[in-house]
Design a protein around this ligand. Structure first.
Ligand code: HPA
Ligand code: ZN
Length: 327
């Protein structure tokens, strides 16, 4: 069996995927034309997804999000995103979406949630892929807006809408200020995660753990700058959702074979890594490719890939009896 076939067949969970980042370029073009969203100049449709840093990426990400208007549009992108994960051997998905960008385009929360939740149901029926939704706060907006986000999102909390995340540009917007927002979400029964240590320092990883009480860290690469924190995260079994292609395209860690690539250092330090995609079509990848890339660039054997897939189940927000059934 080739590595490609093995990586695809391996049952695994996807825990770090942004819905707007999981829209195929063709679907983006179709929705943008239908909904009168002006696109930047491009030749081939794939050129819409050309960028080499997070700032430029997020501009296109917002444009994709603004192209999604009706409940049917939300249904379509959720359904297609989950089909794409299922095709890469993903059996269970916890995915983010960014309600505030849609809200600012005039879309109400009922429209967003009804379309996405129906897409999740239909993808489960058609592909057997089980999914859960994590609305994520845009940290670039204010803490007041984050509280407003909670007011709007918490009524939708359910078996399927299970937690909150924190994303967008981290460096100027560290986690600490969102402590009261996270406290309220936790009291309301939400599970908690946050992007940290992607553009910001190791202290942001510590603050996400200690101030926001997150249960996992999204990216977290700069944790390697603090050896004591690495040791603590190993001891506590903190899971990090790492996204290899995302580092190559959106960060300055462009070489996965480099001895100082943070994912390699994190792996060698014994941190619990969960391999994820971030934004699969926008980063020209899928979940199987991310596993294969790590195997090829870090010389991992198949047993190790299987262990990584088990990490993804371990770090999933599923109850223990469901996990036992899976294993
Ligand atoms: N970082 C921050 N925000 C994001 C990302 C990311 O990698 N992907 C989509 N939104
Ligand atoms: Zn992300």
């Amino acid at each position: 069996m080739t590595l490609e076939v093995f990586a695809r067949a391996l049952p695994k969970a996807e825990l770090h995927l942004h819905l707007a980042g999981a829209v195929k370029a063709e679907t983006f073009l179709k929705l943008a034309r239908k909904n009168d969203v002006t696109l930047p100049p491009f030749g081939e449709v794939e050129e819409l997804y050309h960028y080499d840093n997070l700032f430029d990426f997020l501009k296109i990400y917002d444009l994709v999000a603004r192209s999604v208007v009706s409940a049917d549009d939300f249904h379509l992108i959720a359904y297609e995103a989950l089909a794409h994960v299922a095709n890469a051997g993903g059996r269970y998905v916890e995915f983010f979406f960014s309600p505030q960008v849609h809200q600012d385009a005039g879309i109400n929360y009922q429209t967003m949630f009804s379309g996405i939740l129906k897409g999740m149901d239909d993808a489960e029926a058609d592909f057997g892929v089980i999914s859960r939704l994590i609305p994520a706060i845009n940290r670039e907006l204010t803490v007041d807006r984050a509280f407003e986000f909670l007011d709007r999102v918490l009524p939708f909390r359910s078996e399927k809408v299970i937690g909150i995340g924190l994303d967008y540009d981290e460096e100027p917007f560290p986690p600490a200020q969102f402590k009261p927002v996270y406290e309220r979400a936790k009291k309301a029964g939400m599970r908690l995660t946050s992007h940290a240590g992607e553009g910001g320092p190791a202290a942001n990883v510590r603050d996400a753990l200690d101030l926001l009480s997150v249960e996992r860290i999204d990216h977290g690469y700069r944790v390697i700058e603090d050896r004591a924190l690495v040791r603590r995260c190993v001891d506590e079994g903190v899971a990090f959702t790492v996204c290899p292609s995302s580092t190559v395209i959106l960060t300055h860690w462009r070489d996965l074979t480099a001895v100082d690539h943070p994912i390699r250092i994190m792996f060698e330090a014994g941190l619990k890594l969960v391999v994820c995609t971030d934004d699969p079509p926008m980063l020209q990848t899928d979940l199987a490719k991310e596993y294969r890339l790590l195997a090829e660039t870090m010389s991992l054997d198949r047993r190790t890939l299987a262990d990584l897939a088990l990490n993804s189940l371990d770090a999933a927000w599923l109850d223990e009896s469901t996990k036992r059934h899976w294993r």
